[in-house]
Design a protein around this ligand. Structure first.
Ligand code: CP3
Length: 370
């Protein structure tokens, strides 16, 4: 029997229920900006050595929670575990990004693709179960996957890319192949996330990190349609408890309504979006997650506090005077940069908690005067 949750602020905000303050967690909160992460990673020998060892993955997942008053933990893993399990041969060379030994570049390679045997991802589900035990009800655990489109970018390019030339060539020249790959990815991602939920993930997030590189029509056809296919297949509840679904499309600010239409509980937004405007557009239907520019964390404590307060105030008090409740989960607009000074993150987290309590108090006293 898992321990009862002692801090459900994050889950409540995802479901647009009232909270005493705005919950906060940070994309890539366990990572290279933390010296203790670098120590554990050195012990593991490689990124994949770390990710495939449930005890070490548990250790690094909890590291940021020891330092900061974060309201959620995120599974330590990577989005590229799924194509790796499909047989593409993932490696991370030191100081470089990810690389696949067998990228998917032609019809024969697409024909060989299949939803992987989930047993090949057992280490991820074991990590989820181990992290849940170690958290002991402290905060909820978020599971995650790449979106079908974002996975396809890496599968075709074979690595990160500046121009997405190979994957966009396939998209325009052979849309039939792209659709086949995306359908397989969607089914793999849905099965993968459902297995994370079975293992104990209390919310799940889809990272559509490269949705924003697509033309409008291509985004709807090749990214959004497959995000929707994943969401339709996800478990909504586990043991009678709702499992919030989060979709984050970097560069997706133009498409907020369309993203909300795919049916997630939460839409993540990057820093190009004004949270007040985003709330007016879709805040009645979904909670919002975001959206401080990670570069703010390079400035000094006073500027970090000012910028974080501005983000909290742009969203405003979640509970409106008419009793309707919106939801905001504070996050960065993208992953935390590896050169971030760790002590700056404390300023950010504490400011979000304090500023959001003030915003609520101010709204409540304003409402009681009218
Ligand atoms: O957020 C967390 O703390 C959980 C762990 C997590 C990692 N990757 C660990 C990681 C998560 C959620 C991811 C997601 C991920 N991975 C995304 C989507 C989010 C985004 O940033 O848009 C993407 C595109 C990837 C692919 C990936 N993995 C790249 C491009 C790289 C290398 C570049 C980089 O930033 O380091 C990775 C490696 C990786 N994944 C690291 C970590 C901590 C660093 C590797 C190391 O320790 O050597």
């Amino acid at each position: 029997m898992p321990a009862p949750l002692r801090n459900d602020t994050f889950l409540r905000a995802c479901l647009r229920q009232p909270t005493d303050y705005t919950p906060v967690w940070l994309m890539r909160q366990a990572g290279r900006y933390l010296p203790e992460y670098r120590t554990t990673r050195a012990r593991a020998g490689s990124f994949m050595g770390l990710a495939t060892d449930p005890a070490l993955a548990t250790e690094v997942t909890l590291q940021p929670l020891e330092r900061y008053a974060l309201d959620a933990a995120i599974l330590f893993s990577d989005i590229l575990t799924v194509p790796d399990a499909m047989g593409l041969g993932l490696s991370f060379a030191a100081g470089e990004g990810p690389r696949f030994a067998h990228p998917v570049r032609d019809e024969a390679a697409v024909a060989r693709l299949a939803v992987p045997d989930l047993d090949r991802l057992r280490y991820v589900f074991d990590a989820v179960a181990s992290i849940r035990r170690a958290l002991d009800g402290r905060v909820p655990l978020i599971g995650f996957s790449g979106s079908p489109w974002t996975l396809a970018c890496y599968m075709v390019e074979g690595a990160g890319s500046d121009d997405y030339r190979l994957v966009k060539t396939m998209l325009y020249a052979r849309p039939d192949l792209m659709h086949r790959m995306l359908a397989i990815n969607a089914d793999a991602v849905a099965a993968y996330l459902n297995a994370q939920i079975d293992a104990g993930a209390q919310a799940v997030m889809l990272f559509d990190s490269w949705g924003g590189v697509l033309a409008d029509d291509a985004f709807r056809t090749f990214s959004l349609a497959y995000t929707e296919r994943v969401l339709q297949r996800l478990q909504r509840e586990r043991d009678g408890v709702r499992i919030p679904h989060i979709v984050f499309t970097k560069g997706g600010g133009l498409w907020l309504e369309a993203i909300a239409d795919t049916g997630p509980d939460v839409v993540g937004v990057d820093w190009t979006v004004d949270l007040g405007a985003a709330r007016a557009r879709i805040g009645g239907r979904v909670a919002l997650q975001g959206n401080l520019d990670p570069a703010v964390l390079f400035a000094g404590p006073a500027q970090i506090a000012a910028e974080a307060t501005r983000v909290v105030e742009r969203f405003g008090a979640p509970l409106a005077a008419d009793g309707a409740c919106a939801g905001h989960i504070f996050n960065l607009g993208h992953g935390i940069n590896q050169h971030t000074p760790p002590e700056h993150v404390s300023v950010l987290v504490d400011t979000v908690h304090e500023a959001s309590r003030r915003v609520r108090l101010r709204a409540a006293s304003g409402a009681s005067r009218t």
